[in-house]
Ligand binder design. Structure first.
Ligand code: G3H
Length: 252
């Protein structure tokens, strides 16, 4: 049985003080999470260390929102997988559509980052998804298939099984529009098929696939009950302890 992963991507929100306040609220409001549900928060780089320390003794995991693919070097402003690993960071979001859209991230750099994260035993959450225009033209599956094929290129099966895939239709991110649960599940099932084509049935049934895009406490229950969806990558609704915990509770 696949585990459920509920991840909060705080994006470029919360300074250290606000991050610690949110962690305290999460800690005080949360009861024991269901053993089949993994919970993760991904603060901004500046809050990572403080949040990591504040989460000690809890079963909430911590992840980064991005990293460079090189271990070190003259890459001003970048953070390496070695730095993240040394800090005890367990997950990293790779290829978020905002990185692809605003920071020229390509499938080639996404592929390098995935390989680097896996090499350093940091679990990557790979984001894929189509634009509204691509969906309206009927090429959403082709788009996602290309991303999956290029992003997984050259990654062995034993490593690929550690990749979490987040299907995030770009038109549903931060817009209040969600894909219908049927649309989200159809794409999650299609992603499994792509993984089966690259690897095999075993891996396609094992890989964790999240949905992301305006997930909130009102739609989480329906989305999370879909057969091929194993969790959510939550943006806006993860910035308030109550709404994030409501989503986690629907994952039981
Ligand atoms: O990483 C999270 C996604 O981009 C979704 O963001 P959102 O829940 O604010 O739409």
């Amino acid at each position: 049985m696949r585990k459920t992963l509920i991840a909060g991507n705080w994006k470029m929100n919360n300074d250290v003080e606000a991050s610690l306040k949110l962690v305290e609220s999460l800690k005080s409001l949360s009861k024991d999470f269901d053993s089949n549900v993994d919970v993760l928060i991904c603060p901004a780089f500046t809050s990572l260390y403080s949040v990591k320390e504040a989460l000690k003794g809890t079963n909430i995991n911590i992840g980064a929102q991005n990293m460079h693919f090189e271990d070190k070097g003259a890459y001003t402003g970048e953070i390496s997988p070695v730095m993240l690993k040394n800090m005890g960071i367990e997950y990293v979001i790779i290829g978020h559509s905002e990185r692809r859209q605003y920071f020229n991230e390509t499938d080639e750099t996404v592929n390098k980052k995935l390989k680097a994260a896996l090499k350093h035993n940091i679990r990557p959450i790979l984001c894929v998804g189509e634009t509204l225009e691509q969906r309206e033209c009927g090429v959403e599956k082709e788009t996602v298939k290309n991303q999956i094929t290029n992003d997984f290129a050259g990654i062995e099966k034993c490593e690929a099984e550690n990749i979490v895939v987040a299907y995030e239709p770009i038109w549903a991110i931060g817009t209040g529009k969600t894909a219908s649960s049927a649309q989200a599940n159809e794409m999650a099932s299609f992603i499994r098929m792509c993984v089966k084509d690259i690897y095999d049935l075993e891996l396609s049934e094992k890989i964790i696939i999240q949905y992301g895009g305006s997930v909130n406490k009102d739609n989480a229950s329906e989305i999370l009950s879909q057969s091929d969806i194993d969790g959510a990558l939550v943006g806006g609704a993860s910035l308030k302890a109550e709404s994030f915990l409501d989503i986690i509770n629907y994952a039981k």
